[in-house]
Design a protein around this ligand. Structure first.
Ligand SMILES: [Zn+2]
Length: 109
């Protein structure tokens, strides 16, 4: 079974057109994406997320959760990929913390 987890885009390069790892359709990736944790499938489009969460709401985040997260975090974690590269090069530990924090855990229902 697949695992989908919402994650904030780390920098603007992670936003924009994506190909859904489940249905193969192109979609516009926003500031929060549903990542498929298995099989290197990348990210799931909102339609697939919606379908899966309706089938099994305990297992998959809902479209509402995705939309709420996009509202809550309308911007990527960092303003540019260059900023991320600079911090990584400087071995700044904040970048690891920010990466861990960019995975959004589901609110307990
Ligand atoms: Zn899809």
């Amino acid at each position: 079974m697949l695992t989908l987890m919402l994650k904030r885009a780390f920098d603007p390069s992670e936003m924009g057109e994506e190909e859904c790892g489940i249905c193969g359709c192109r979609f516009e990736g926003e500031s929060v994406l549903a990542h498929i944790l298995e099989f290197d499938l990348g990210t799931a489009c909102p339609a697939c997320l919606n379908h899966l969460s309706k089938r099994n709401p305990d297992k998959f985040p809902s479209l509402e959760e995705l939309e709420d997260a996009i509202q809550r975090y309308p911007e990527p974690v960092y303003t540019s990929a260059r900023e991320v590269a600079r911090l990584q090069q400087a071995e700044d530990p904040s970048v690891h913390k920010a990466f861990a924090a960019s995975w959004l855990t589901r609110a307990a229902s």
